[in-house]
Design a protein around this ligand. Structure first.
Ligand SMILES: [Zn+2]
Length: 316
């Protein structure tokens, strides 16, 4: 199917989407410009499954239906909120397979505190000279502990739903983080903002590998950027390699196109003929933590607009 020529910005009416389904290879489809109403998507609770550990045998499990991609390719433009003006209450649900000792709890509390610093630095533009600042800041409001051997190795699906039904708290503005020894060779996964959950709002939030927090044991993925990346999805960002070299790409104009996810830190990689080297330093690629250190201004605008459209609760 031929791709339609499109503008590369979020307010584009029609776009080509790359759809990757579990157990199948990549396919590109042309999506109609209409926006389906929430709940009409075929895979209404499909997560945007995120970072896969390099060298893992796990297949990229990202799953979109055409309707979902279409629904969220277009986000209404909103005024830019001031930097640091949106305070997001953040709840950590720590899941373990045994009752944690005082020492173990103290360690998680240290790691979580370091994680919150990384998250706020990343969304404040403090991680690189060319990193964009954003409206978003995160405040730790609660840590709770749950002992459940099944949830401890959670993967997407029924176990995840059981866990979240029991532990989810807050509303569309609350960031629920589930920290566990997740399975599937994944570092984490998360969901795009409200709109398609339709009565299953408990599914919202981020699930991540506990040892990916700063000071954890996940090696090159233990500097806390997994949560930064997942929260990017939670705020509606796509991967920078979304759409490959297509014009629509990740629906953000200032992220250079990229044909494939990049791992490690391949300096100079340039997989598309369009201008710009692959954005290997972007938080929304798959590179290792020491390599990723920035969001672009365009990505911040997309998150800004998605917050207004899908997460912000009207105050009047
Ligand atoms: Zn991701």
């Amino acid at each position: 199917m031929p791709r339609k020529p499109t503008l590369r910005w979020m307010a584009v009416a029609a776009a080509a989407f790359s759809v990757v389904a579990v157990g199948s290879s990549s396919a590109t489809v042309s999506a109609a410009p209409t926006r389906p109403s929430p709940g009409t998507a075929a895979c209404a609770t499909a997560p945007d499954l995120a970072r896969v550990r390099a060298g893992s045998t796990a297949k990229e499990p990202e799953l979109y239906s055409t309707n979902e991609a279409n629904a969220y390719g277009v986000i209404k433009d909103a005024p830019r909120m001031p930097n640091g003006s949106v305070h997001i209450p953040t709840v950590f649900h720590v899941v373990s397979d045994h009752t944690l000792s005082t020492t173990e709890k103290a360690r998680w509390e240290r790691l979580i505190a370091a994680q919150m610093t990384v998250l706020n630095d990343s969304y404040s533009g403090r991680t690189a000279p060319d990193a964009a600042n954003s409206p978003f800041r995160f405040s730790l409001t609660r840590i709770d502990y749950t002992v459940n051997a099944r949830w401890y190795t959670v993967t997407p699906g029924k176990t995840e739903r059981d866990m979240k039904k029991a532990l989810y708290t807050g509303n569309s503005e609350t960031l629920n983080v589930y920290s566990a020894n997740i399975g599937g060779g994944l570092l984490g996964w998360s969901y795009f903002p409200k709109g398609y959950n339709n009565g299953r709002d408990f599914i919202d939030g981020v699930v991540m590998l506990d040892e990916s927090m700063p000071g954890g044991t996940a090696g090159k993925y233990a500097q806390g950027d997994t949560l930064t990346h997942e929260v990017g999805h939670w705020l509606m960002l796509e991967h920078t390699f979304k759409g490959g070299c297509s014009a629509s790409g990740d629906f953000v104009a200032d992220t250079p196109r990229e044909a494939v996810p990049q791992f490690d830190c391949p300096t100079g990689a340039d997989t598309c003929t369009a201008p710009g080297a692959d954005p290997i330093h972007n938080f929304m690629d798959y590179t290792q933590d020491s390599c990723m250190d920035m969001f672009t201004r365009g990505q911040v605008e997309r998150m800004n607009d998605a917050w207004v459209a899908f997460r912000r609760i009207p105050t009047s």
